[in-house]
Design a protein around this ligand. Structure first.
Ligand SMILES: CC(C)(COP(=O)(O)OP(=O)(O)OC[C@H]1O[C@@H](n2cnc3c(N)ncnc32)[C@H](O)[C@@H]1OP(=O)(O)O)[C@@H](O)C(=O)NCCC(=O)NCCS
Length: 177
């Protein structure tokens, strides 16, 4: 179903709520993102602009979590400890992704100002605290990114990666089924 279909939006929000059960602050963050995303994709410019400015003021400046309405994020987003999380607007996250405090998912910029595409994060990927994915990187589904890892290259599905620069510790066969 098209992400912009109201039914798809409702299901994503439901999945977000289920994923963040017991964590009202995380539910607040993901719900605000879903509303901002709805405004970004469905409202005319004149209406969406003030709403999105308000969203940015509250979530960026007060809560310090940047989930831009332009970023595509699948349903079931789990946010543990919603502090200091930064996503680039061109980042794409699949379903059931887990973020923790200090995660950055961003682009790289060349000396000439050329910007890379945003990272693409597969379904079920889990980020440890402070992990970063930088540049035109694809992270395969169900991969686990260790705390503090700096990911600069593609990560295969089911891989567990750690370190700076991140390297593959192992591939979990269970994560590939
Ligand atoms: C990467 C991770 C998923 C791996 O977990 P695991 O499969 O249980 O791995 P292990 O603990 O068996 O460690 C395997 C090896 O990787 C190393 N390692 C594990 N996590 C690491 C990390 N974040 N950075 C660097 N090395 C790491 C271990 O020291 C070990 O090395 P060794 O084989 O030389 O002894 C996990 O360590 C991690 O970082 N999880 C994130 C947790 C988190 O962010 N918690 C915050 C809660 S608020």
């Amino acid at each position: 179903m098209d992400e912009q279909h109201p039914e798809a939006w409702r299901r994503q929000l439901q999945a977000d709520w289920a994923a963040n059960a017991g964590s009202p602050e995380s539910r607040l963050i993901v719900s605000l993102y879903r509303l901002a995303r709805l405004a970004h994709t469905r409202l005319p410019r004149g209406l969406r602009k003030p709403l999105i400015v308000l969203y940015r003021l509250v979530t960026y400046l007060v809560l310090h979590v940047e989930l831009p309405p332009e970023a595509v994020i699948g349903g079931g987003l789990r946010v543990y400890h919603p502090h200091m999380i930064v996503l680039h607007p061109r980042a794409v996250l699949g379903r059931d992704v887990v973020l923790r405090h200090g995660v950055t998912i961003g682009i790289t910029t060349g000396r000439d100002g050329t910007e890379s595409r945003g990272p693409v994060i597969g379904d079920g990927v889990e980020f440890g605290a402070g992990a970063m994915v930088l540049g035109p990187v694809t992270v395969g589904r169900n991969a686990r990114i260790g705390a503090g890892a700096i990911v600069l290259k593609d990560v295969p599905p089911g891989a567990v990666v750690a370190g700076n620069p991140a390297s593959v510790l192992r591939i979990d066969p269970d994560a590939l089924t």
